[in-house]
Design a protein around this ligand. Structure first.
Ligand code: EAX
Length: 341
């Protein structure tokens, strides 16, 4: 996969630089300055969520920080709403030069860098603080390095989508048995699909860009997402019930085309990486604030919310997923994640 991505990237970058007169910049002092041409380098970043989402809030902060840290020599152009494609398309685009950056959930990554999907295991993280400790420590660094090695991309920072919860059109979900036979959309993630099969549901993998229409047409009964997504993508218009199962913690990765990253000066590279990390800390706080605020908003918009379901039956129902995936990830890594304090 890496070889394919790098070959495609080289050919497309040659083509692109021929069109745009090339980039490259020398930098002096603490702020990266524009290169010989004096023109700013513009980096396009795509994500699938709306302009009011936590991803977009984080992106606006990232845009501001990059402009500031590079003294305007690098500009970030944000494309929300899947306007550069669904997450899988954008991840593929990194390798062929059609997309400079993508902010994606780890869900669709199983087709590109399966090692990173250990974070997608059900009920693996106690809370957001636990997840941040793991991702910001050696385990998160190792996972990012594996993504770079496997895919030939540059990982800039861990951001956050949040803890995922089940919504349904008509059926309140109080226990796993209530999911029996329910057609639920999942991300294109083997672990997520296996988890819902284990709970008796009928998982249907689908890109986020198709989800609202599928719910509206009733081709699926249910979906699962963090509260900020349910609110800002207006799923309350097509889903009546929300149960705070928090069954998966869903991190997001801000990734960049390696070929594009290599066109930046060392100072510009450092500035972009710093901005990505600082904006990620900001974005995680936005997620927490939105989760608190939006549960009440969702109730006001007519959703019936089960806020504190008994999670033990859901955890028990998904234990078989660990039996299947532990050999792939290794018991040691899973235990190390669980025991991170
Ligand atoms: O990464 O696909 C999903 O449900 C994700 O929450 C969305 O794409 C944001």
């Amino acid at each position: 996969m890496k070889k394919f991505l790098s070959v495609m990237a080289v050919s497309s970058m040659v083509l692109l630089s021929a069109c745009s007169g090339g980039g490259g910049s020398t930098a002096t002092g603490g702020k990266a300055e524009s290169g010989g041409s004096g023109e700013a380098i513009t980096l396009k970043v795509g994500h699938t969520l709306s302009e009011t989402s936590h991803y977009q809030e984080g992106m606006l902060k990232f845009q501001e920080l990059v402009d500031e840290k590079t003294d305007g020599s690098v500009k970030i152009e944000v494309f929300p709403n899947g306007s550069l494609g669904a997450e899988r398309d954008m991840i593929e685009g990194l390798g062929v030069g059609s997309v400079d950056m993508v902010l994606t959930s780890t869900g669709p990554m199983s087709g590109f860098a399966p090692e990173v999907t250990v974070v997608d295991l059900p009920f693996l993280f106690r809370d957001a603080e636990h997840a941040h400790k793991v991702l910001d420590g050696k385990i998160g660094q190792d996972l990012s390095a594996k993504v770079e090695e496997t895919m030939g991309v540059k990982t800039l920072a861990w951001w956050e989508n949040g803890f995922r919860n089940v919504t349904t059109a008509k059926t309140p979900i109080e226990k796993p048995e209530d999911l029996k036979g329910i057609k639920i959309r999942t991300m294109e993630s083997d672990i997520h699909m296996d988890s819902f099969s284990a709970m008796g549901a009928q998982p249907t993998p689908m890109a986020f860009t198709e989800l609202f229409t599928a719910l509206q047409q009733g081709t699926i009964d249910a979906e699962e997402n963090p509260v900020p997504v349910i609110m800002t993508s207006r799923f309350f218009e097509v889903q009546d019930h929300l149960t705070m199962t928090r069954h998966f913690y869903n991190p997001s990765l801000l990734m960049m085309s390696q070929a594009k990253f290599d066109t930046l000066s060392p100072d510009q590279q450092k500035a972009v990486e710093e901005a990505a990390k600082e904006a990620g800390v900001y974005e995680r706080q936005v997620v927490q604030d939105m989760e608190t605020k939006y549960i009440e908003e969702l109730k006001k918009n007519g959703m019936k919310v089960i806020e504190n379901p008994d999670l033990e039956p859901f955890k028990k129902a998904t234990e078989s997923v660990y039996e299947k995936y532990e050999p792939q990830f290794g018991t040691e890594l899973i235990e190390e994640i669980r025991n991170t304090k």
